[in-house]
Design a protein around this ligand. Sequence first.
Ligand code: AFP
Length: 309
Amino acid sequence: MNIKKHVKRGLWNHLMKSGVEMGLASIIYEVGVASKYVNHAMRTGDLGMAGTSNLYGEDQLALDVMADEIIKDRLDHTGRVSRIISEEQSEIVIFERLNRTGGYSVCYDPLDGSSLVDVNLSVGTIVAIYAGDDPLQSGRHQVGAMYVLYGPRTTLVYGTGNGVHEFTLNSLGEYVLTREYITLKARGKIFSPGGVRRDYLPEHEKIVQKLEQDGYKLRYSGGFVPDINQILLKGGGLFMYPATTTAKHGKLRLPFELNPMAYLIELAGGAASDGRRPILDLDCYDLDQRSPVYIGSREEVELATQYFT
Ligand code: AFP
């Protein structure tokens, strides 16, 4: 094995060669470190549920709670993060050591789709990164975003404005570069409808019918990260989670699901809309803010928005 090659293709080396600012690079790298612990817990089965105790009598945490603790600890460890929003926390967390120059704020979902772990389906960690002390900003202000996909392989995808790049966790516990400058074509062949069909509003029903008539194949796992990753790596397609008669703002959360994925998909040449406006242009004012979403190849997103004008 060519060790030099592996070192060259490692995550930290890529971040440095790409000129990513040291604080931002350390956030991406430390989330990668945290993901290795999450990956291990998920695959060794010592995930347990809250309330059970492990060999030493310590209360075992549910995997998503544990993932949140590990990521929060690693972000604090960087010394460059002043505030975080987590799907597992009910309010903005302020790190004590506030005398941090050039700090960042981070919004993350530590384990999106965690209910899928018990049925052995893929889940993921999603992260949005902002400069400064305010994690509740429009997605357009992000300076970076990333996700980790815990699937048959564990992969990490990041972007900071200069391309979208994928790394794969190898047997040595290193993230090595496996795809660089990933791009979406103008249109794809797959779609994810989201929601429950009987609850669809007329516009969304028409979009789904149009895609089916045009021969698009339905691909929907119930996990946002694997479903988006499939569209990204297959080079196109459309993921949707619509407003419905029972949820007028849809289901997915803007701060730590939609904004980071919209950032990455736009960076890869795709688009993301709430049906009328780009996701990244939406004001983000609440931790639990939700929005309908149409995200993927430009032509499919454009097609969807035509039904809302
Ligand atoms: P959970 O984190 O509650 O499992 O929800 C996952 C998710 O937010 C996102 O990952 C999926 O795309 C979406 O929900 C699936 O929602 P439905 O189960 O309503 O299809």
